[in-house]
Design a protein around this ligand. Structure first.
Ligand code: FES
Length: 688
């Protein structure tokens, strides 16, 4: 956009490239606003906030066709001098609201002065967050009350916001009204307000008010409310940085381990849903208090909360009976996103006027957590066909590209998290997380969380003396089962052989089946850590559910292979792609096409917390995502049964087979293992 007033100096902003002519004496902040340049201001150009800092450039700029003279901007004024004296301005910086145009000039807007700055994320594979928060601070000067013109303090504050910030109208909750009068008087009619404007037709709402110019920070919580754990990130609403993160167990576990058991608890116990709602809200309040303490802030500085969660967690958080989600057609009370007051959810451990945004659900079984994964990973913008798997107690699966995105969820159960596993435990120091089994000697070696050494390292015992070797976590059990298959100790059906059949004393009998001894710490009073036939069965059920969900989406898409796989979820980050493929958890792709996205649902929550544009974007995307219902789809059962084999009964795994050797063994107990093995080989020779 160019304002052409030939003769007036030319002002060019970088990095946006926006330019226009402005009369001598125009403040740079005014020029920026007229051109739509992203230059921050909290104090409205009064020289108080220093958010409007810019860097003028001098000299010849042939690219822009201008030469900037030394006097292109006004001299430093008293406000800038005072600010520099007290707070310090970086070399070469000016306050954009104080420096005025005197000649042609090139102005750089540093990223700290941009409202919509990009936040570089730690996970390099995913996109940066562009700041566009719903809540901003505005400094205003309010007219004093006048006997001759009777109007309320709020109305005069609203007038000031209209005149000074072009805010058409505002509302204020009771918590703000209660402190409005003392705050205005304490600030001598100058106040800073935290003003919230959602992306939909919600108006402007004052969330808090502070006397004078308030430099304090305002924060939000991005919460990934899972069935097993609740993860929360305390995030600075000005720059998106995470001040502190914390996690807690979801206390609803005592009412049922998985989603359906919680729905049945609600169905069978009158008031059970209310109990679960109360429990989860109390846990969220405790987390908010804990995070405020960790971040050394007042809980009242928490002004916004964004939730992502599966549909059952969604309903229980909101205090909606989840009974309809337990039976076909799995109707949600609402699938739209929600903007609410935190007080409506009894979230008292934060500012009383805090606002809550809950991401939309995709469908009755595919929740706001899957929507958050879609927001973070953007399958709808992927040119190649990507399968995104968020592994948890319930796996959320997305398949898509720029033409179409499909989603489903699959009930994998908690085995991938180390639950329902005989020596299973949560991922914590001392848990076995990596496993290798030598195919020749059948001897294992492993790594535990908290130690970088393998167990066959001479220093391993000393290095793990503090933590001990306590059990096996989700990634460890996946690797152990896959390694058993690679070492020929477990057959394609998932059956383990005896010591005689396999030639290793590490196979010990357990009832009518066999277990593999991964670590025997009993001599030193430690545990005997084994992989049992039951463990393998639990992993088989979980992986079959995951694979069947993915296959169902592939059927719907009309494809029998995908281009790449993204493993999301805190646990997804720790899965070894090779072992996941040996197990047949995910479809066969080249190994370098399997990537980890970290906690994508949590990232989606943070993106939505920092950006109202992202909230609008995910609402639009969710409407485009086609949902596939696994529970009523007969083909799901067929895929599930075929996926029980390791890696799969019928699907070829060409990439995997080129990479590893899968021994052809069979330990069918009914016919005797060795016998079965011989018969299998004989039948293979016969081509049957
Ligand atoms: Fe606040 Fe310039 S806008 S100091």
């Amino acid at each position: 956009m160019t304002f052409s007033r030939p003769g007036d100096p030319l002002v060019i902003f970088t990095p946006s490239g926006k330019r226009g002519h402005f009369p001598v004496g125009t403040p740079i902040l005014t020029a920026a606003r007229q051109l739509g340049v992203d230059l921050d201001s909290v104090c409205g150009g009064r020289g108080i906030c220093s958010k409007c800092q810019i860097t003028p450039s001098y000299g010849a700029f042939p690219k822009h066709g201008v030469t900037v003279e030394a006097d292109a901007l006004s001299e430093w004024n008293a406000v800038e001098e005072r600010y520099d004296r007290i707070r310090g301005l970086k070399e070469g910086r000016r306050l954009g609201c104080q420096a005025t145009v005197q000649g042609d000039v090139v102005i750089d807007v540093p990223s700290e002065s941009q409202v919509h700055r990009q936040v570089v994320r730690k996970e390099a594979s995913t996109r940066p967050i562009v700041m566009d928060p719903a809540t901003h601070l505005h400094y205003v000067e309010v007219a004093e009350p006048d006997m001759h013109e009777p109007s309320g303090d709020l109305e005069r504050l609203a007038d000031a916001l209209r005149a000074q910030w072009s805010i058409p109208s505002v509302t204020a909750p009771l918590s703000v009204l209660r402190k409005l009068q003392p705050t205005l008087r304490k600030g001598e009619w100058k106040v800073t307000v935290a003003l919230h404007k959602g992306h939909r037709d919600e108006g402007f709402r004052i969330l808090d008010i502070y006397p004078g110019f308030h430099e304090g920070r305002i924060y939000g919580l991005a919460i990934d409310l899972g069935s097993t754990t609740i993860a929360a990130h305390l995030t600075d609403l000005r720059n998106g940085s995470v001040l502190a993160s914390a996690g807690a167990m979801n206390p609803q576990i005592r009412f049922g381990e998985d989603l359906m058991s919680r729905v049945s608890y609600a169905m069978m116990n009158p008031g059970g849903d209310v109990e679960m709602t109360r429990a989860v809200r109390a846990a969220i309040n405790a987390l908010a208090e804990d995070l405020a303490k960790q971040g050394d802030i007042s809980p009242s500085q928490i002004l916004e909360v964004v939730f992502v969660c599966n549909p059952v967690m969604h309903h229980l958080l909101l205090g909606i009976d989840p009974v309809e989600l337990g039976q076909a057609p799995f109707a949600l009370a609402t699938s739209n996103s929600l903007s609410l007051d935190a007080a409506e959810l009894d979230l008292g451990a934060m500012n009383p006027a805090a606002r809550v945004f809950v991401l939309p659900c995709i469908a009755g079984h595919v929740g706001a957590d899957a929507a958050a994964v879609a927001l973070a990973e953007e399958p709808d913008k992927s040119p190649d066909l990507v399968l995104i798997v968020d592994v948890g107690t319930n796996a959320e699966i997305l398949l898509g590209n720029t033409t179409r995105v499909l989603a489903c969820s699959s009930p994998t159960g908690p085995a991938f998290e180390g639950a329902q596993i005989s020596s299973g435990q949560r991922a914590a120091p001392g848990a076995i997380e990596r496993v290798e089994i030598d195919p020749a000697t059948k001897e294992p070696r492993f790594k535990v969380i908290g130690c970088d050494l393998w167990s066959d390292d001479p220093d391993f015992d000393a290095a793990t003396a503090g933590t001990g070797i306590s059990g096996i976590c989700g990634s460890g059990i996946i690797e152990a089962v896959a390694e058993l298959r690679l070492a020929g100790l477990m057959d394609a059906k998932g059956l383990m052989g005896s010591a005689e059949q396999t030639g290793t004393a590490r196979m010990i009998p357990q009832g009518r089946t066999h277990s593999y001894v991964l670590h025997d710490g009993t001599a030193d009073g430690g545990p005997l850590i084994t992989v049992t036939q039951g463990d393998i069965r639990a992993i088989q059920l979980a992986k079959s559910a995951l694979y069947a969900g993915a296959r169902l989406l592939m059927d719907e898409m009309g494809v029998d292979k995908v281009d790449r796989v993204v493993l999301a979820g805190a646990f997804g980050a720790h899965i070894s792609p090779k072992h996941a493929m040996v197990l047949g958890m995910i479809p066969d792709v080249p190994l370098d096409k399997v990537t980890s996205a970290g906690n994508a649902a949590g990232t989606g929550a943070r993106i939505a917390l920092c950006s109202v544009a992202a909230r609008a974007q995910i609402e639009a995307t969710v409407r485009q995502i086609h949902k596939v219902e696994t529970a009523i789809e007969p083909r799901f059962q067929e895929h599930f049964v075929a996926a029980n084999a390791v890696p799969h009964a019928t699907d070829p795994f060409p990439n995997l087979n080129a990479l590893v050797h899968l021994p052809q063994v069979s330990f069918n107990t009914q016919s005797g293992g060795g016998e079965g093995g011989r018969r299998r080989r004989a039948s293979e020779r016969a081509g049957t």
